[in-house]
Design a binder for this molecule. Sequence first.
Ligand code: CTP
Length: 403
Amino acid sequence: MEKKTIVIGVCGGIAAYKSAQLASNLYKKGYDVHVIMTKNATEFITPLTFETLTHNRVSVGTFDRNYQYDVNHISLAKRADLFVLAPASANCIAKVAHGIADDMLTTTFLAANCPKLIAPAMNTGMLNNPITQSNLEKCKEYGMVVIESDSGYLACGDVGKGRLAEIEDIEDAIDYLLVKNKPLVGVNVVVTAGPTQEDIDPVRFITNHSSGKMGYSLAKAARNLGANVTLITGPVSLRRPVFIDIVAVRTAEDMFQAVDNLKNQYDILVKSAAVSDYKASFVNPHKIKKQGQHQTLDLMMNKDILATMGQIKRDDQVICGFAMETENLEENATKKLLGKNADLIVANQLNEEFAGFKGDTNVVTLIHPNGSMKLDKMSKEDLGYEIMEQLLKILVRKRGAVC
Ligand code: CTP
């Protein structure tokens, strides 16, 4: 496959040094990375740093370097699959919002016809200034995507909004923008992910080994394919994806409420969370003290979220469940498909190599009402796309039948 070209525009600001990490990460992911710096940016970090990290010549804001800038900026603009301004200063944002092209960066930016991402970084006062806000709105109107600044301690000593978004989040936004085909535009997807925690007393709870990786991959795949995504997540240690509504929950009851609140809005529900089947019948208000050789914990069943949503599902909604089994995979998963009125069950065998909770790969069998399909081992990321594409097919079939 041909390498994708990403152009990073580095504006003058203290956060310019963070773009070195971005350039390095993107290069390591296999992109052809080109950096264009404004003259001011070179006061904060040298072109040599980026040249070393990207293995490409860096263009600088003024036309004073001795090479063919006139050809260079247009060819780079044509070649770019994505243009990211990081950090984007108030000055650069103002220029690109109004089509001002007075240096190499802004000239190339204006000429480029690819998706554009803006990652502002500046002092809080500058960011909050209605002029900057209106310029950012203008950029959005022109189809550019803005990744919001973070809040925190700023180099100028202020505490507030204006820090460059985390590099991991900028890369996540880049993943979203690089997927050109967006067949899920206008589709509302709800994904549940991770484990639940059921309290026993103020210091203990029941949980399971779910890492949330599969659910997060599904949510990102749905987002990258254009869907409006809500991710209802149990406690996990994964970074929250950008451009996705996040609802953080802890117990199965919280998760039930969160899904129930959205039951009329979603077109597709993916229940990849590992919901605790049981909770303590009584949550002790004080720490249970050590007593005797044996302790018995009385448990009561939690509501089955998937089964409840399956019962009240509209004809034009698609519901997908997961089944993690240690034996009789197809038989058990088919029972869940029928018992919970799901449209698809993604079943995996916990004891199979490369499958399961913690790893980055999975081996699954898709169980439909009309049969099953075993997929090859693949990364959870690829599997996210595969499952979302299957769910889209089911949605299209159902919508066709409903119309
Ligand atoms: N599920 C749910 N609510 C529950 C339990 C499970 O929504 N209280 C969902 C899970 O998110 C998953 C599917 O049901 O999509 C199957 O979960 P699993 O734990 O494999 O099945 P159970 O129905 O709990 O059956 P068992 O534990 O006996 O295998």
